[in-house]
Design a protein around this ligand. Structure first.
Ligand code: URA
Length: 209
């Protein structure tokens, strides 16, 4: 079973409180999401492989470590996932970025894939699927399905806030996936909102409410 990693660093938790607050305006919300994404990227890359290299300092040779060849890819789920991309790129500027677009069918309420554009070497990359809110888990499951269908095997999921229902659904559908979140909230309400959550992440990021 993949792990559920709660990024409980005090800076992340502090910023998350202001992200949740309904009084936080769009500009601040966007900046805070960006900052939390950077801090979460620090956690998600903790187990990245290093290799030894020998360099020369001004006074001697030194055996040092650098990140080994493994390449990363970010895959935000449109549109709210976009809000976390720049923050992660601050720490991992070499990562390539693919996109998965899903919409919710108004009749079945199930996610439907409408856009997938990935780096050409995506199968060789370790991928981080990004969506701020893990609610029912339907979108994350479908995005991971879309990547697996295209031959990707190394996939992690990064979200700001998860509902327990969403965590369970992803773990059932994709048991090997590690999930990184800043918080697991109480429950999903009848309208599919995470409680207490932060409202609609896309609307708050893009000021569309
Ligand atoms: N998507 C959101 O943006 N917010 C929720 O609470 C659930 C899904």
């Amino acid at each position: 079973m993949g792990k559920l990693f709660i990024c409980d660093h005090p800076l992340i938790q502090h910023k998350l409180t202001f992200i949740r607050d309904e009084k936080t305006n769009t500009k601040d919300f966007r900046e805070l999401v960006d900052e939390v994404a950077t801090l979460m990227a620090y956690e998600i890359t903790r187990e990245i492989k290093l290799e030894e290299v020998t360099i020369r300092t001004p006074v001697s040779d030194a055996k040092c470590k650098i990140i080994s060849g493994r390449m990363l890819g970010l895959v935000p789920i449109l549109r709210a996932g976009l809000g976390m991309v720049d923050g992660i790129l601050q720490l991992i500027p070499g990562a390539k970025v693919g996109h998965v677009g899903l919409y919710r069918d108004p009749e079945t309420l199930l996610p439907v894939e409408y856009y997938v554009k990935l780096p050409t070497d995506v199968q060789e990359r370790e991928l981080i699927v990004i969506d701020p809110m893990l609610a029912t888990g339907g979108s994350a499951i479908m995005a991971i399905d879309a990547l697996k269908k295209r031959g990707c095997a190394q996939i992690k999921l990064m979200c700001l806030i998860a509902a327990p229902e969403g965590v369970k659904a992803v773990q059932e559908a994709h048991p090997e996936i590690d999930i990184y979140v800043a918080a697991v909230d109480d429950y999903l309400n009848d309208h599919g909102y995470i409680i207490p959550g932060l409202g609609d992440a896309g609307d708050r990021l893009f000021g569309t409410k």
